[in-house]
Unconditional design. Structure first.
Length: 248
């Protein structure tokens, strides 16, 4: 692959956005210049590995060709460990094969964008066992600005981290008692649409034009990695087993 510094693709070239970070997957296609083309949701459930590549092939065949693609964007986490790995692996393979940049996006930022509402929002994911993955963002006219670092927290820490007036969205905000001053989004917004990732990609690429500093994966797709805020349960079990073996 040519690893010379990449230029920003032309505005009529296309962004393919892959969203597999949550239970409901989808893909979207639109131009770098901001013209949206189409979004395709997957079947309900965790079918990402089965449906991702066939859906991509069909979407491109119906609306463009692979030579029209300029960027492969992907929601790289946090979220479902398996879903993120599937999406990032596909983005890297397509980017490498087509010799075009890959762009990784925050899954939490995509979720807040999908709300379509201004204000301060905390995107909270249920990592099971009382664990939560969380990020707080300011949303204004479709632009999302981080207001905190994305972090792994315990559910009992949430009241101290989320101020009155901050809305909450995501699987990790469900089945909890919230004060009247904290708006709770409708449950359908827990599944970020790929179109949100495409729109955020368009915004990001515009900033590159003004002050180009390539993000991880833009220059070399193999540098793009899933973003996890904690290790998986399987990894926790493996580490625990190794520690027990070392003590014995």
């Amino acid at each position: 692959m040519n690893l010379e510094p990449r230029k920003i693709p032309k505005e009529d070239q296309l962004i393919l956005m892959i969203e597999t970070s949550q239970r409901q997957g989808s893909i979207a296609l639109g131009s770098i210049g901001g013209d949206f083309i189409a979004q395709v949701p997957f079947s309900p459930g965790l079918v990402h590995s089965k449906e991702l590549m066939p859906r991509i092939d069909t979407l491109i065949e119906e609306h463009a060709s692979r030579s029209d693609l300029g960027v492969i964007a992907v929601s790289r986490g946090p979220g479902s460990f398996t879903g993120i790995r599937i999406g990032v692996a596909a983005a890297k393979a397509l980017s490498w094969g087509l010799n075009i940049p890959a762009l990784g996006l925050s899954s939490l930022e995509c979720m807040v964008h999908g709300l379509g509402k201004d204000g301060r929002w905390a995107a909270i994911l249920d990592a099971s066992g009382g664990d939560r993955d969380m990020g707080i963002f300011e949303a204004s006219s479709g632009k999302i600005t981080p207001a905190s670092e994305e972090m792994a927290v315990q559910v009992e820490e949430l009241p101290a981290l989320i101020a009155e007036g901050t809305g909450v969205v995501g699987s990790g905000c469900r089945n909890l008692e919230w004060s009247e001053g904290i708006p709770v989004s409708e449950i359908e917004y827990d599944q970020p649409p790929a179109r949100s990732g495409w729109e955020l990609s368009v915004q990001a690429i515009r900033t590159f034009r003004e002050d180009f500093e390539p993000p991880t994966g833009w220059q070399n797709p193999h540098q793009l990695q899933p973003r996890y805020l904690r290790v998986s349960r399987a990894e926790e079990g493996r580490r625990k087993k190794l520690a027990e073996q070392e003590r014995s």
